[in-house]
Structure formats: structure tokens, C-alpha cells
Design a protein. Structure first.
Length: 281
């Protein structure tokens, strides 16, 4: 079994090829779970975010069913002012800078034989330990996935709309964050797979358009390339990547092993590499 420390090393090295300019606009720490793993500017400080997707199938969407239910419980951690290069020197984070827990429920509805619509809603909390801030986080969204064959490959076309809000006791809407996503994925079973563990690989491309709060807390995603010297709020981004998984998913009881992959992203003068955990849509 890989130790917890080695697991942290792998995650840090895999996601930390992008860096931020010192003067970039901030991303509210409340929305770390929505934007996913990566390096961001949060409340004016650089933070590395790691999102672990945890999901349980309550009612599976089988071939003979038209609806199903999933319960999601993503856990997100953030480490302030930490560099991946520190791992090589044997230095590891001593405390968590931010954390969030966002339980949610998703309904999978089979609109057609090859078309699944998945509305979802999430409600949880996010905490910034350095500032002792605690906020409520909520979001609502809908995902559409159409499956189709391409020769011996399995293709998917996905679209998603998401809106998220953050609230404190004195303000029911402290900030908000929006995103529109469209992408394609093509997967193929890998040779040499056994009947019990059929490994598959895939490639994908995803375009994302971000919408930001115009108030006092900017919440657009703020990646930047290492060579960037000026501030830039990212309005759009494209990802191209690969991922690997199993058919069916390896699982223990109701907990399934997510797909793992890596992607290259670029847009609005930025670029970098991200470690992908779970589905792209």
C-alpha cells in the first residue's frame, strides 16, 4: 500500500507545473471544490488545491431503468504558500490552509437510450483556517452526456452548466461563481485486460467559459503561466488530456475508484498541467 506521504508527493508533483503572478486577482476559497485541483490565487495568496471526489450510488442507472440517484461527498484541501519543489527537500505541509466538505445529490435521467441528463444540487461548508473564516457553499447545475460509438471506441459528448454561491451569517450571497462547459471524450478498452478487471484509456478535450462576481470578491479562475508577469483573470480555458480507468469501476461496497489522468490547459495567455481525478463531465 502506498503511504499517505508518498500519495501527497505524487499529487503535488502532478498538479504543480503552473505558477501564479503575485498580483493576480483572487479566487474565493469557498469555490475550491467547484474549480477542482490546481494552483490558484485565493484571497491574495497562492494556494494548491486538491479535490478528492467521493461518490456513492444510491440507485444505479441500469440499462432497464430510466432514472438513478447518486450521493456525492467531495473533500477539498488547500495548502497556502507551498511549492511542489519542497517535496524534493523532504518538506511537507504542516497544516491545512483551506478545506471544504460539500455533500450533494444528483439525479440521472435517461432522456433517450444514449442521452443522460443529470441535475444536481450541493450544500456544505468551506473554511479558511488562516483567517478563521467559515462560509456556507451551495451550487446547482445540470449535466448532459450523449454516448455514441466511433468504430471500436466509445465516444461521449458532454455539456454542463453550474452556478455556485457562498453565504456568511450576515450576508446570504457573499460571492458567486458560474461556469459553462462543453467537451468530448473517446475511450477504448486496453489490450491484455482480464474479464474481472478490464482497463480502459481515453482522451478528451474540454472547453470552459467562466462567469465571475462583479462585486468586491472576484471569483473567476486565475491560473497563470510561469512566465506571466501581469495579472489576468481567466474568462475561458481549454483542456486536452488522457485518463485511465476500469470497466466496470473497481469498487469496495458503494465506493468506486475514480478515473485518473492528466491534462494540459491553456487560454487567455496561460498554460499548465493538471492532475485529473474522476470524470471530466
Amino acid at each position: 500500500m502506498i503511504s499517505a506521504r508518498l500519495g501527497i508527493v505524487i499529487l503535488l508533483l502532478a498538479t504543480s507545473t503552473a505558477a501564479l503572478g503575485a498580483d493576480e486577482p483572487a479566487l474565493s476559497f469557498a469555490f475550491a471544490s467547484q474549480v477542482g485541483s490546481g494552483i490558484y490565487s485565493v484571497e491574495g495568496r497562492v494556494v494548491q488545491i486538491y479535490r478528492v471526489p467521493v461518490a456513492f450510488t444510491i440507485k444505479p442507472l441500469d440499462d432497464d431503468r430510466i432514472w438513478g440517484v447518486d450521493f456525492t461527498l467531495p473533500v477539498t484541501f488547500g495548502f497556502y504558500d507551498y511549492k511542489a519543489a519542497d517535496v524534493l527537500d523532504g518538506e511537507f505541509p504542516t497544516h491545512i490552509g483551506t478545506a471544504s466538505l460539500l455533500p450533494g445529490v444528483g439525479f440521472n435521467v435517461r432522456a433517450m437510450k444514449n442521452w443522460v441528463l443529470s441535475p444536481h444540487v450541493d450544500l456544505g461548508v468551506a473554511k479558511d483556517f488562516s483567517g478563521d473564516n467559515l462560509v456556507w457553499v451551495y451550487d446547482v447545475g445540470v449535466r448532459s452526456v450523449v454516448s455514441f460509438p466511433v468504430s471500436t471506441w466509445d465516444g461521449r459528448a458532454g455539456q454542463e452548466l453550474l452556478w455556485a454561491g457562498a453565504a456568511q451569517t450576515e450576508n446570504p450571497l457573499t460571492a458567486w461563481y458560474g461556469e459553462a462547459k462543453v467537451g468530448f471524450e473517446f475511450r477504448h478498452e486496453l489490450p491484455g485486460s482480464s474479464t474481472k478487471s478490464r482497463w480502459d484509456g481515453g482522451m478528451f478535450v474540454v472547453y470552459q467559459r467562466f462567469f465571475e462576481d462583479q462585486g468586491s470578491i472576484p471569483v473567476a479562475v486565475t491560473f497563470a503561466a510561469p512566465s506571466s508577469t501581469s495579472a489576468s483573470t481567466i474568462d475561458e480555458q481549454t483542456q486536452i488530456g488522457v485518463s485511465f480507468g476500469t470497466r466496470p469501476k473497481l469498487a469496495w461496497k458503494q465506493l468506486a475508484l475514480p478515473k485518473l489522468g492528466v491534462s494540459y490547459f491553456f487560454g487567455d495567455g496561460i498554460h499548465g498541467v493538471r492532475f485529473v481525478i474522476g470524470e471530466i463531465f
